[in-house]
Design a protein around this ligand. Structure first.
Ligand code: HGY
Ligand code: MN
Ligand code: MN
Length: 399
């Protein structure tokens, strides 16, 4: 019986990013496909019946696939330069929990499935939790299929190249009916669990969060022949907008706003860009506050752009409302884990999308620094083992 640490050890070299550090495992990249292969092999070793549904979600079944099953799982794709645990910890812990349940002689009263959702991070096609949104119908199918990656590939083409048929992708009521309860274990992406005391928490809510693309249009020109007074430089406008984003969020209690990605076009050292694209990630417990915050940022961006002789467009790419997990399911889980505190999370998850359709809940495993979306993300072996044991206790109590 392998521990979670041993399971993660077996994929520790998949998708390593020498430039950024950590892991870069975009959906349907070689790295993520290798991880999918690893999962299918691990599931097969446990005699789980594996199938991939028409949206690319992998299901590994203990028992006959049927409605109302108990489902646990997470994702294997990562952010650029991500840590080893965000996603894979939930998948590895589910495999280890099946081993523990079998070692305890648990006889499930209903089928149990482990799921792997594609594109949870939205790092390749821009929309977070794309797989669970497609399955539930939380995204317009055509919008999803026409999403493009940085190389211009549509999601439809990439899905087709990986064995899916875009004509059949989209809301899957049959698959959704199979989920009686969904529980996702995930590395904690904050310091809510501190460095000692219980290493496992039960999730209460997911912070509402969205992504917007701002495109700032100026006049591309030569860096040497264009006098400063004659410029309409979108990079200068972008710099001021990024500072304005931080100022706006700092003024709003509980708000978070980030610009982590900026792309100058064409992007030459001796070239004044003609356009600069930047992406805003904004979050707040109250969705109205988020909307107001973004509206304020947009207004400020327009004024700044105009002062620089530029224009700016803002496009919403993805939005998830604040979600509170199912009180009944969360209450049952807290009863099964009486020492586990209840924690909100500022990170989005597939469980947050599913919560709008089926009873969903989360477990968090201590990450001592709280750092995530970074190579520094970490879970100690004993906490990883405690997480698998807690998941096994929860699954046993819900089966
Ligand atoms: O962005 C998030 O909160 C999650 O990690 N996808
Ligand atoms: Mn993440
Ligand atoms: Mn995650």
């Amino acid at each position: 019986m392998e521990t979670v640490t041993q399971l993660l050890e077996s994929i520790k070299d998949v998708g390593r990013d020498a430039f950024r550090g950590g892991y870069t495992r975009p959906v349907y990249s070689t790295a993520e496909l290798d991880l999918r292969g690893w999962f299918v092999e691990q599931a097969g070793r446990r005699g789980l019946e594996v199938e991939t549904d028409r949206n690319g979600v992998i299901w590994a079944w203990w028992g006959q696939p049927s409605d109302g099953a108990l489902v646990t799982g997470s994702h294997l794709d990562s952010v650029p330069g991500g840590g080893a645990f965000d996603g894979p910890l939930g998948v590895a812990s589910a495999l280890a929990a099946v081993d523990l349940l079998r070692a305890r002689g648990t006889a499930p009263s209903r089928p149990l499935a482990i799921t792997v959702f594609p594109e949870e991070e939205g790092s390749r096609f821009g929309v977070a939790c794309l797989g669970s949104r497609l399955l539930t119908g939380a995204i317009d199918t055509n919008k999803a299929l026409n999403l493009r990656d940085a190389d211009g590939n549509t999601f439809a083409d990439v899905a087709r190249a990986n064995g899916l048929d875009p004509r059949y992708m989209g809301p899957d009521a049959e698959a959704l009916a199979r989920i009686g309860d969904f529980v996702e274990l995930h590395v904690e992406q904050g310091i809510g669990l501190g460095t000692d005391g219980p290493g496992i928490a039960v999730g209460s809510s997911v912070l509402g969060h969205g992504r917007w693309k701002l495109s700032i249009h100026g006049q591309g020109n030569h860096a040497g022949t264009t006098l400063m007074a004659d410029r309409a430089d979108p990079m200068v406008a972008a710099a001021q907008i990024i500072v304005a984003v931080r100022q706006a969020a700092a003024r709003q209690p509980d708000a978070r706003a980030t610009v982590g990605r900026i792309v100058p076009v064409p992007g030459g050292t001796n070239v004044i860009p003609s356009r600069v694209d930047l992406w805003l990630d904004a979050r707040h417990p109250d969705d109205r506050v988020t909307a107001h915050l973004v509206e304020g940022i947009h207004g400020r961006a327009q004024r700044v752009a105009a002062e620089e002789g530029c224009t700016v467009t803002l496009t919403e790419e993805s939005y998830s409302n604040t979600v509170h997990f199912d009180a009944g399911l969360t209450g049952r889980i807290s009863g099964l884990l009486p020492h586990a505190p209840v924690l909100a999370t500022g990170a989005g998850h597939d469980a947050g999308v599913l919560a709008g359709f089926v009873p969903s809940a989360m477990l968090f495993v201590r990450n001592p620094s709280g750092i995530s979306h970074s190579p520094e993300e970490h879970v100690a072996d004993r906490d990883a083992d405690a997480g698998a044991a807690a998941l096994a206790d929860v699954l046993a109590g819900l089966l």
